[in-house]
Structure formats: structure tokens, C-alpha cells
Design a protein around this ligand. Structure first.
Ligand SMILES: C[S@@+](CC[C@H](N)C(=O)[O-])C[C@H]1O[C@@H](n2cnc3c(N)ncnc32)[C@H](O)[C@@H]1O
Length: 228
């Protein structure tokens, strides 16, 4: 399926194709120091059945799945072939059927209600249209399935918000990443039914376990994400 016509998609793809070889080193620091590696381990333990990961990147979650016997298949998609090439190495020897495909999260090439778990990590900050991505994740998730998200979001503390806002223009230029997106609020506003949520680093990093909104229940929201 061709990508949407959106110059930001091309820009983000080019960024990640370029930094793919050094991504793991760079990201390792953020995970160790700010997010804490246990958050990704918790996410990995929540995956079960036929799993779709949106924005697989270089496969940091895949690395943690060797002992997860609840997974029956794993499909990973990402905009960047460079990132997926690294993930392909990680994926060798996975104990379940596995497929990695280049795909835009805003146009997932899967039928409705295909997956038991739809997951993403540190990706909704970068997707040019997180609203569309969440809608697509809900669409391809089975009605009884689960959405598992690990994201950094807009802080609650005014000082931290000010810092996030100040740093965001540079971060967007370098990584396409919006530090100040209120993604957790978007999840609630779209009608996902949040079952559990854990946080780290003053509530900036959030692991959210949710059920998709029921069919036809996704509301139209006024304004684009960053404006609300
Ligand atoms: C910050 S990295 C995170 C990667 C990985 N999930 C992790 O936790 O390290 C963001 C990833 O999202 C991907 N991405 C951004 N926009 C996308 C889109 N519209 N569709 C699919 N992947 C996208 C990027 O190519 C990149 O690999």
C-alpha cells in the first residue's frame, strides 16, 4: 500500500534510515537513565497471541521476547528500512513466526480485527499523525484484544512542560520526535479503555494497557494533536 502523501513522512524516514546503525547506542542511554529498562521488560511481558508492533525500529522489544511463550506470531512494521534491517538481525531464531515489513502506521495494510495485541514503543511521539496511527491500531486489533503502549508524553509539572516545549523544535528537527505530545490524553479522548497505567520519571514515561474503542465508537476530535 503506498504511503500517504505527506512530506513529513519522507523526512522522518530519511532521518531514521540515516541514524539506524547508531540508534541502539543512542537510545540505550535514554532507556537506562530516564525510562528504566524494566518498563520495556514489562511491556514485553504483556504481549500475547498474534502481535503487531507498530514502529518496530531496530527491535529493542523483540530482543526481550525469546522466552515469551504466549506469543503465537509477531509482525513488526516501520517506516524505515534502515531500522528494520537492524531488527532483522535481532529477529533471527525467534521462537514464533515473524514478519517485518516497511509500512506507514497511518495506513496499516491489514484487515480489521487481525491481531490479539497491538503494541508500540516511543513511536507515537514521532509518527506525523498519532491520531491516525491510534485509529489504525484500534482497527486492526480484535475486539477482545489489547493495545499496549510505552510512550513519553507531555509532563504534568509546569517546569518540565516548559523544558519539553523548549527542546521540542530541536528534537523534531533531529529525530522527528515531539517531546510535548499529550499522547496519554489522546488515548483517553479517542475512547480507548485504559485498564492499567504505570509511570516513570515524573509521569513522562507511561506504559498503558488498554482495550480498543468498540467498533464505530472512535470520535472525531477537533484540532490536531499538538494544538490541544
Ligand atoms: C524513536 S524510534 C522508536 C523505535 C522503537 N519502537 C524503540 O522503542 O526504540 C521511532 C520509530 O518509529 C518509526 N516511525 C515513525 N513514523 C512512522 C510511521 N508513520 N509509520 C511507521 N513507523 C514510523 C521510525 O522509523 C522509528 O523507527
Amino acid at each position: 500500500m503506498p504511503d500517504q502523501v505527506n512530506p513529513e513522512l519522507d523526512r522522518v524516514r530519511a532521518i531514521y534510515d540515516k541514524i539506524a546503525p547508531t540508534w541502539d547506542r543512542r537510545q540505550g542511554l535514554v532507556e537506562r537513565v530516564l525510562m528504566g529498562q524494566h518498563m520495556r521488560a514489562s511491556l514485553a511481558s504483556e504481549l500475547r497471541g498474534d502481535v503487531l508492533e507498530v514502529g518496530t525500529g531496530t527491535g529493542p522489544t523483540l530482543r526481550l521476547l525469546a522466552d515469551n511463550t504466549k506469543i503465537t506470531s509477531f509482525t513488526g512494521v516501520d517506516l524505515s528500512n534502515g531500522m528494520l534491517d537492524v531488527a532483522r538481525d535481532v529477529a533471527r531464531g525467534a521462537p514464533f513466526p515473524l514478519e517485518l515489513r516497511r509500512m506507514d502506521s497511518g495506513r496499516l495494510d491489514f484487515s480489521d480485527a487481525t491481531f490479539d495485541t497491538v503494541t508500540t514503543s516511543l513511536m507515537l511521539c514521532t509518527a506525523p499523525d498519532p491520531d491516525l496511527t491510534l485509529r489504525e491500531m484500534a482497527r486492526v486489533c480484535k475486539p477482545g484484544g489489547r493495545i499496549v503502549l510505552l510512550e513519553h508524553v507531555r509532563a504534568r509539572n509546569p517546569l518540565l512542560i516548559a523544558m519539553q516545549k523548549a527542546l521540542t523544535p530541536l528534537q523534531v528537527r533531529m529525530l522527528g520526535c515531539h517531546l510535548d505530545r499529550p499522547t496519554d490524553r489522546l488515548v483517553h479522548d479517542l475512547g480507548f479503555r485504559v485498564e492499567r497505567e504505570s509511570t516513570r520519571f515524573f509521569g513522562v514515561f507511561r506504559l498503558i494497557i488498554a482495550r480498543p474503542p468498540s467498533e464505530g465508537a472512535l470520535p472525531q476530535l477537533a484540532g490536531r494533536m499538538g494544538d490541544r
